[in-house]
Design a protein around this ligand. Structure first.
Ligand SMILES: Nc1ncnc2c1ncn2[C@@H]1O[C@H](COP(=O)(O)OP(=O)(O)O)[C@@H](O)[C@H]1O
Ligand SMILES: [Mg+2]
Length: 417
């Protein structure tokens, strides 16, 4: 194996160094299915970047670095989508891409981890975990200016509070509501560090109907079931230099509203983090299908992806299946178009096993050939089709023993009552 292709080992991360030799059995079971799939047998090996695993067709190493491949003209952007049925190893792949990228100086943000499975990974690489949930001590203030001058903070604050209100109202704000919100924010911005509680107080409804819905929508974050997480000064200053930052939302349980609100708040911090610093960074949306149920969030993600282009960010979107997008909006709707735009913006498409009823949708959504599509039902765990504009590989993701122990979500499932 070409060891030079693996990331430079770092002494403090020794536990997660990729194994020196790969003892991966050849994929005999799937080779019959793959026999006619000429595209995977042709072409040069992909040896740029950190080691991912073994090319199932050639037995050679397969490496990946979206920035280097982009610079080499192999990719049209550094973003990637990763889709596959539950339990196939999507998160394990995302985590090892993250850890191995950190070993070569990259940074990683996970702006919403609904299962809390990234926290041990962040702790292992000396990263930061922000845990949000009812009863937990952490608060994030969505009105934080993040170091921006006061007049620069107004627009982002308005956009974020509008998104939070739209999330809890489940509809777009009416023009009069937007105006009311803007007036409320302006009135509290005379304070040095305004909070959401201040803004909600300023919105307290009079006799007019216009502000009532808005007031009750945002009050939910201050007095209702979402109280205690976003309604005071931030308790944690986010460290832009940390190798990995994870927003652990497992304390929110299955509350999708809370999840969306927390992710929206995190996204404002992320926007700021993206616009500062020069290191190459992964932004990983594990369980993205849950986040993408919320239209205001998809809108924010799209804005962030536009921003990413200028700042060397590679986004990784993890989905189960392409029909997850149905939850975003009906075909032809604005929300759906936004979500499809995010996918179209992923130059690397990694597809793990798909159910047979998903094959055609996957093929059209990700631009696969029929031969590539036909591989998808036969893929064993940890093995995926990697489609890039100029090359396709079937790759078995190799995990070292230390990584396997760290990424083992089966154990977490067994521990769940
Ligand atoms: N490449 C791999 N080799 C061996 N085991 C793997 C591999 N990828 C994942 N696993 C194991 O499979 C289980 C499920 O993986 P996970 O990444 O959580 O799946 P998903 O995110 O697709 O639901 C984990 O316990 C993990 O340890
Ligand atoms: Mg997962």
């Amino acid at each position: 194996m070409n060891r030079a292709a693996a990331p430079a080992p770092s002494p403090s991360r020794g536990r997660l160094r990729p194994a020196g030799s790969l003892r991966i059995p050849a994929h005999r079971a799937s080779s019959a299915t793959l026999a006619g799939a000429y595209p995977f047998l042709a072409g040069s090996p992909c040896t740029t970047g950190a080691l991912v695993g073994v090319d199932a067709m050639t037995g050679g190493p397969f490496c990946f670095d979206p920035w280097a491949l982009y610079a080499a003209g192999e990719l049209t952007n550094p973003n990637a989508v990763l889709a596959g049925v539950i339990g196939q190893g999507k998160s394990a792949l995302a985590k090892s891409l993250a850890v191995r990228a950190i070993a070569s100086g990259r940074r990683v943000y996970v702006p919403g981890d609904p299962k809390g499975e990234w926290s041990p990974v962040a702790e292992t690489v000396d990263g930061v975990v922000v845990r949000l949930g009812p009863g937990l001590p952490t608060r994030l203030n969505p009105l934080d200016a993040h170091g921006a001058a006061r007049d620069m903070a107004h627009g982002p604050r308005l956009r974020l509070l509008a998104a939070l209100a739209e999330l809890t109202l489940r509809r777009e704000l009416r023009p009069a509501e937007r105006e009311g919100l803007e007036a409320a924010i302006t009135s509290v911005e005379i304070r040095p560090d305004p909070t959401l509680s201040d803004a909600v107080e300023a919105l307290a409804p009079g006799t007019a109907d216009d502000g009532r819905d808005l007031y009750f929508a945002l009050r939910r974050l201050v007095r209702g079931d979402l109280a205690g997480m976003f309604d005071g000064p931030s308790t944690q200053v986010l460290d832009h230099a940390a190798p990995m930052t994870v927003l652990d939302l497992s304390g929110l349980g299955s509350d999708d509203d809370a999840l969306a609100v927390a992710t929206a708040c995190a996204s404002s911090w992320l926007e700021h983090a993206i616009a500062t610093g020069t290191a190459k960074r992964w932004v990983i949306y594990d369980e993205a299908w849950r986040l993408m149920r919320s239209v205001p969030l998809v809108r924010r993600m799209q804005a962030q992806w536009k921003l990413s282009r200028a700042y060397g960010i590679a986004n990784l979107l993890v989905l189960h299946r392409l029909s997850d997008l149905d939850a975003v909006g009906r075909a032809g709707s604005e929300a759906r178009a936004l979500a499809e735009g995010l996918l179209a913006d992923c130059s690397t498409r990694i597809v793990y096993r798909q159910e047979s009823d998903q094959l055609d949708l996957t093929r059209t959504a990700l631009g696969l050939s029929t031969a590539e599509r036909d591989v998808l039902t036969a893929l064993p765990r940890g093995t995926g089709l990697w489609k890039m504009p100029r090359r396709t590989h079937v790759v078995h993701h190799h995990l070292s023993a230390a990584e396997l122990a760290l990424f083992d979500t089966d154990a977490a499932m067994r521990g769940t009552p």
